[in-house]
Design a protein around this ligand. Structure first.
Ligand code: PMP
Length: 360
């Protein structure tokens, strides 16, 4: 069976070698006579897998020792609630930067737990840019400042960690974590659902500075209490063991690639050539301010929207699938996370040129 180039925004493509290895190990993991799915999470085999995945993540992101790494359930959406529950620490206000639909979801969930101050917003411009840092209004009373490093739907990405003027920085990195090296020490907390750059859906990574945990909002469910999870090795209850194992295989794959500097260089090449192809043609367009275009999610439109269905049908025939834009914005979106090979992007560009020749 031929594999396609899958441009889905998430769950998204996984490295083929990871899937092959999972297949080889499916029925009999390391001569145990059983699948990972059938093992106790408390047994030494699974505990070794969990420990290795944490060590590999620490190595890839150079996570300082004073940070805890948690592997949780509930997705990034669960973290929209868990972040205020754990980080308010007696305060009643948090600041959020609003750069798109995922920021907005984080904001509405946080409002269930505290008053939310909008430090900056690009909503008026249709979320096509990031408000200049000089225009942000930071409230020193806020418990933390939250932002979304990559807006998966809008295709807007921070190219640097913003200066938080001493406020604790919390970031939703669901769709660009591990796509480039990162200075974790700039953050109080980072979280990311796995299903774009770290593995399959169903497991969520949280990286949190250890001095911040242990003062949860009264009523915080135990599974969302970072301290309780940290004290229990993220095994307060049964974790999603198979997803955790697959996440570990993706981290090993990233190390085999040469680490995040190498991965970043490839991501830059992929994104640069796709944007260049869009910009070079009057037939395709991308509305995002070039200074904050996402390397991971590239939304684009056709000059003639009537041909959208034809584009998708012909792309599918060419082995290029899941290019439709998010239902809230329409058009197209090519998600080109770490696991999308450069050849996939080349094939898309070639297809776009040919489509323009035939229909433009
Ligand atoms: N934040 C961002 C930036 C996302 O892209 C997504 C999922 N597409 C989420 C949060 C929500 O993630 P989950 O479905 O894991 O709750």
């Amino acid at each position: 069976m031929a594999r396609v180039y899958n441009f889905s925004a998430g769950p998204s493509m996984l490295p083929e070698s990871v899937l092959q290895r999972a297949r080889e190990e499916l029925l009999d993991w390391h001569a145990t006579g059983m699948s990972i799915m059938e093992m106790s999470h408390r047994g030494k085999d699974f505990v070794a897998i969990a420990e290795k995945s944490e060590a590999d993540l620490r190595e890839l992101l150079a996570i300082p020792k004073n940070y805890k790494v948690l592997f949780l359930q509930g997705g990034a959406t669960g973290q929209f609630a868990a972040v205020p529950m754990n980080l308010l620490r007696g305060k009643s206000k948090a600041s959020y930067v609003n750069t798109g639909l995922w920021s907005e979801k984080a904001i509405s969930e946080a409002k269930l737990y505290c008053s939310v101050d909008i430090a900056a917003s690009s909503k008026d411009g249709g979320f096509t840019t990031i408000p200049p840092r000089a225009d942000w209004r930071l409230d020193p009373e806020a418990a933390y400042l939250h932002y979304t490093s990559n807006e998966t739907i809008g295709g807007v990405e921070f190219q640097d960690v913003p200066d938080s003027a001493g406020l604790l920085l919390a970031c939703d990195m669901s769709s660009d974590i591990l796509s480039r090296p990162l200075d974790v020490s700039r953050f109080g907390l980072i979280y990311a659902g796995a299903q774009k750059n770290i593995g399959p859906a169903g497991i969520t990574v949280v990286i949190v500075r250890e001095d911040l945990i242990g003062q949860p909002l009264p009523g915080t469910p135990s599974i969302f209490d970072y301290k309780k999870q940290a004290d229990n090795g993220s095994m307060l209850n049964t974790p999603p063991t198979y997803n955790w194992y697959l996440l570990g295989l993706v981290l090993e794959w990233l190390k085999d690639q040469g680490g995040l500097t190498v991965v970043e260089a490839r991501n830059v090449r992929k994104a640069d050539k796709l944007y260049a192809a869009i910009d070079a043609s009057g037939y395709y367009s991308n509305p995002i301010d070039p200074a904050c275009r996402s390397r991971m999610n590239v939304p684009f439109r056709l000059a003639n929207a009537d041909l959208e269905k034809t584009f998708l049908t012909e792309a599918k025939t060419a082995g290029l699938v899941n290019l439709e834009g998010h239902r809230s914005v329409g058009g197209f979106r090519a998600s080109i996370y770490n696991a999308m090979p450069e050849e996939g992007v080349d094939a898309l560009i070639e297809f776009m040129r040919e489509f323009e020749r035939n229909h433009g």
